[in-house]
Design a protein around this ligand. Structure first.
Ligand code: PEP
Length: 249
């Protein structure tokens, strides 16, 4: 049975004291829910966040990592380094990484491999741009992103993969995909997975939606049968809003 997951991507926000303050708020707001809850602070605060939350159900995860184990990659962090401080899950392929740091499906395939070799779970992000949606090419774009980055994997690898459909036009814009648009795409993604790996694998993979999810729209989006949770940007920086979204399950 696939899991419901709500993950907060803090991006490049919150210094150490702000991270501590937000975690204090999150602990206060925390409610039991049917969803796994995760937060992704920035690198410099991962250790502190992990230590503070290690006896809590909120999992601390990373926003990115390099594909190499170590070496001459100035400014980068490896899966082994993340693991060494207790981090077990990493977000890969966020559209901001693709747009600003030239991440491609090919480089992301290497990152996915590195994460899996290190027994880490991956939240793999993808989604079409506005021009693709306007040209009704969203299915083709999403299909190629998934195939190019993930379809070299064996079926059993998918117990460590969570998918996050994030239409670029909905990220940080206040413009959300309608629940129907999200459901249509998630059903298409599951069908694509099923054609390659069979329905058992396809039905076991959690597919999150990301793009301007807020307390006001979370319930309707999460009520769709193929939407298993959300990747939350802006609204994850406020503990009350974040747990209002978690409570939508
Ligand atoms: C994101 O960055 O993954 C995201 C979904 O951002 P927002 O919720 O702010 O649109």
């Amino acid at each position: 049975m696939r899991k419901n997951i709500v993950a907060g991507n803090w991006k490049m926000n919150n210094d150490l004291s702000q991270t501590e303050a937000l975690i204090t708020d999150l602990k206060r707001e925390s409610k039991t829910s049917n969803a796994e809850v995760m937060i992704a602070p920035t690198y410099t605060n991962l250790w502190q966040a992990y230590q503070t939350l290690k006896d809590n159900t909120i999992e601390v995860i990373a926003q990115n990592m390099h594909f190499a184990e170590n070496g001459a990659y100035t400014g980068e962090v490896s899966a082994a380094m993340l693991k060494s401080i207790g981090i077990k899950t990493v977000i890969l392929g966020h559209s901001e990484r693709r747009a600003y740091y030239n991440e491609t499906d090919e480089s992301l395939a290497k990152k996915v491999n590195a994460a899996l070799v290190n027994d880490m779970r991956v939240i793999f992000c993808f989604g079409e741009e506005l021009k693709d949606r306007k040209a009704e090419k969203q299915d083709a774009v999403v299909e190629s992103q998934i195939k190019n980055a993930l379809f070299h994997l064996e079926a059993k690898a998918f117990n460590k993969i969570v998918l996050a459909y994030e239409p670029v036009w909905a990220i940080g814009t206040g413009e959300t995909a309608t629940p129907e648009q999200a459901q249509d795409m998630h059903a298409f993604i599951r069908k694509t997975l099923s054609e390659k790996y069979g329905s058992e694998v396809a039905d076991s993979v959690s597919i999150l939606y990301g793009g301007s999810v807020k307390p006001a729209n979370a319930k309707e989006i999460f009520s769709k049968p193929d939407v298993d949770g959300g990747l939350i940007g802006g609204a994850s920086l406020n503990a009350e809003d974040f747990f209002a979204i978690v409570s939508a399950f």
